[in-house]
Design a protein around this ligand. Structure first.
Ligand code: SF4
Length: 391
């Protein structure tokens, strides 16, 4: 079918679907020019049908059957950025979520969990749906252990104490197996002191890619092989679930809900990244925790806004000071590491400054259970944007 005829068909289908109140849009886009044409058609459609809400548009999904070079994909991303309020997910292959049924199509669903609030909610939502569909046996939880500060320091866990136990309790609630992975060549501090000798940053986020993603994808590959061998499946589909939210950053807002991970996929397996709570607000997350009486880490009640590494290079100053007041030994280890490698924790902020501020304010001792719920569900609670998250 010629391109124009194909786009006309897509246009008619969209008009029908949106007119019927649906969210579905499918388009075949193979060049940036086609994407522009398609987008103009969507804008005209928005005007014609009186759709003004960006929320509705965010749910429209361009199905981008695209196999171009990285440069062309970057162009598509740029274009998608400029299309506000049309937030069009673009990738090598962005899959239409409404044609997807991960529970039926996936051979395994791997839920990555840090023990943080998004992980808790994602696990609850996905496991509840999997149980209703009687496919809970396909679901596995995966936690990456980031290690300790090591013998050279006071051997403090990089993550919050009690995280693994919390993840174990969360997972046993649904009766699914939990896998704990660890980078074979050492945890975050081993990598920092022995190999990288520079702190990670938003531009060089090796902590996430090396410590978490690559270990998680190894597990996805292992499960695919296992399914092939035990269930004699020709082509295995693995869903790899991550609890990111679009509200957290502009980068995350551009991510699609489903995307094939090309690096982990082969002819014999497809690994699909799924972000099930991508469009949830922080308030919805806390409301879900409250409504379903889910357990969360007490660090939130002590004032933290996010959880994983206690001292995260991407955290706000407020979170860093809060973490330092709660973890003086760990902070002393980070100060020692900063001096050892001679590289400042953040570009314009040393962990020594955080330590000084924390010492000035003193330790946090009065932690009220449920304080995080009250803080986030109060009628005048600040939005995530106001809290200025850095992820
Ligand atoms: S929590 Fe922060 S420092 Fe730790 S792995 Fe994630 S981004 Fe890196």
């Amino acid at each position: 079918m010629a391109t124009n005829a194909r786009l006309a068909k897509v246009y008619r289908k969209t008009a029908r679907t949106v007119a019927e109140g649906g969210d579905l849009m499918a388009g075949l886009v193979t060049t940036s020019a086609q994407l522009t044409t398609l987008t103009h058609a969507m804008h005209r459609l928005a005007e014609a049908t009186g759709i003004a809400s960006p929320r509705t548009w965010r749910r429209l999904n361009a199905w981008t059957a695209f196999t171009g070079t990285r440069d062309t994909v970057a162009t598509l991303h740029d274009l998608a950025d400029r299309l506000d309020p049309v937030r069009m997910p673009v990738g090598y292959l962005t899959i239409n979520p409404y044609r997807h049924n991960p529970f039926a199509r996936g051979h395994r669903l791997i839920i990555t969990t840090s023990g943080g609030k998004e992980s808790v909610v994602m696990e609850d939502v996905v496991c509840t749906q999997a149980a209703e569909r009687k496919v809970l046996h396909k679901v596995i939880a995966l936690h990456n252990d980031l290690g300790t500060t090591g013998e050279a320091f006071s051997n403090q866990p990089v993550e919050w104490p009690g995280t693994l136990e919390l993840v174990q309790r969360q997972t046993s609630r649904y009766g699914i197996p939990l896998e704990v992975t660890k980078r074979p060549r050492g945890g975050l501090f081993d990598q920092l002191l022995g190999q990288r000798k520079m702190w990670p940053s938003s531009a060089a986020r090796w902590c996430t890619s090396d410590q978490k993603t690559s270990q998680g994808l190894k597990s996805a590959r292992r499960h695919a092989t296992q399914v092939q061998q035990t269930e004699h499946v020709g082509h295995v589909i693995i869903y790899y679930l991550v609890g990111i939210r679009a509200e957290e950053s502009a980068g995350r807002a551009r991510k699609p809900e489903f995307v094939i991970d090309r690096t982990a996929s082969t002819r014999a397996r497809t690994v699909i990244r799924w972000h099930p709570i991508l469009h949830w607000s922080a308030r919805q997350v806390w409301q879900h925790i409250k409504d379903h009486r889910l357990e969360y880490h007490p660090a939130y009640d002590a004032g933290m806004e996010r959880l994983s590494c206690r001292l995260c290079v991407l955290a706000t100053r407020a979170d860093l000071v809060c973490a330092a007041r709660l973890s003086p030994e760990l902070t002393a280890d980070y100060v020692g590491a900063e001096e050892t490698i001679g590289h400042s924790f953040k570009k314009d902020l040393s962990i020594r400054d955080i330590q000084r501020e924390a010492e000035h304010l003193g330790p946090i001792t009065d932690v009220q259970p449920g304080a995080a719920l009250e803080r986030h569900l109060a009628p005048d609670a600040p939005t995530v944007e106001q809290l200025t998250r850095c992820l």
